[in-house]
Design a protein around this ligand. Structure first.
Ligand code: SF4
Length: 329
């Protein structure tokens, strides 16, 4: 029997219940039922590594806000929807989102290295998961091979790095043999929430891709930039064509120019370039994180005064239509 790799051990030991949070001293025992009500609708998945970054003395800790459920997730205004970017509408076959002509998303797995409380796929990863993740990867690969307009495949999920090294390597190798494809993009939050995933097996899987790989990390706050995250990014760098970062603008987490300045200067030190700063999508259970667009524009204007252009991310909103992202400034 093979020994489990470190990240699989970490995956198995992640906090999933209110009891785990209470035992870790992250929530008080007398509020168990309130937290339980949130978890009944939106699951908890919190790796111990990321939980250890939480400042237990600070109820407004930016790591806590991203990781620990809040009662506000159950507030249900009419505007937000389950699927704000229309992943289900633009789904020619299971596991594919094909919204733009030359790019498509391949959803490899429902699993994530953490369930981020602000996630725009929150409902697709919870109550709609069976519908969204039905069908086989094989069928999706067949679609990609037949669609000659496609030039770029974006590996998505969930988080695409939550699959085994062998499935990832085989997928990358097969995509690399599709003549009309020019590049592969991988979006993953593993360097942030489970950096142990960036191990020798993952790097070997990346080497199976003959096409240029653009790797997009999802750091939101400088406190996430630990030595382990830095080492993960440094390890990825020689194996990918570009290493970029996208953040979501989140109320109480990173809604200040000073915070984003430190974040973008920190990641640059390991060769990660800021790419997008996303306006929050209108997904159910997440609107307590919303920052008004005018405030976002003011933050980006201040960032432009503080940083060289290459360290200022593009502030964008995704409207879920076929136009793509709209630049807000
Ligand atoms: S890892 Fe990505 S897909 Fe998964 S919950 Fe976090 S933001 Fe959503």
């Amino acid at each position: 029997m093979h020994a489990l790799s470190d990240w699989k051990i970490e995956y198995r030991s992640a906090f999933r219940t209110v009891r785990h949070l209470i035992e870790a001293g992250l929530v008080p025992e007398n509020q168990a039922s309130g937290y339980g009500a949130v978890l009944d609708k939106y699951a908890l998945f919190l790796p111990v590594y990321y939980a250890n970054l939480i400042d237990k003395a600070d109820p407004a800790c930016p790591i806590r806000l991203q990781a620990i459920p809040q009662a506000a997730e159950l507030e249900n205004p009419t505007t937000p929807v389950n699927d704000p970017l229309g992943d289900l509408q633009h789904r020619p076959v299971p596991r594919i989102t094909h919204r733009y002509g030359n790019r498509a998303l391949l959803h490899l797995t429902v699993n994530c290295p953490m369930y981020c409380r602000y996630c725009f796929r929150k409902s697709l990863l919870n109550e709609d998961a069976n519908q969204f993740f039905d069908g086989r990867v094989e069928e999706a690969l067949g679609y990609i091979e037949g669609e000659t307009n496609l030039e770029e495949i974006i590996l998505s999920g969930g988080d695409p790095l939550m699959v085994s090294d062998s499935l990832l390597g085989e997928t990358l190798s097969r995509l690399g043999r599709v003549k009309h494809l020019k590049r592969i993009r991988i979006h993953s939050r593993t360097p942030v929430t489970m950096p142990s995933r960036v191990d020798a097996g993952l790097l070997a899987a990346l080497r199976q891709c003959p096409l240029p790989v653009v790797f997009v990390t999802h750091f939101n706050h400088p406190r996430e930039w630990t030595e382990k995250s830095r080492q993960a990014c440094l390890a990825l760098k020689p194996h990918v064509h570009s290493l970029l970062n996208q953040s979501v603008l989140l109320r109480g987490v990173n809604d200040s120019a000073a915070t984003l300045q430190v974040l973008n200067e920190s990641i640059f030190e390991a060769g990660v370039l800021p790419y997008y700063l996303h306006q929050l999508d209108q997904a159910r259970g997440t609107l307590h994180f919303e920052v008004p667009v005018e405030r976002g524009k003011a933050i980006v204007a201040e960032l432009k005064a503080r940083l060289p252009g290459y360290l200022v991310p593009r502030y964008v909103v995704d409207t879920g239509d076929r136009i793509g992202k709209t630049w807000l400034v």
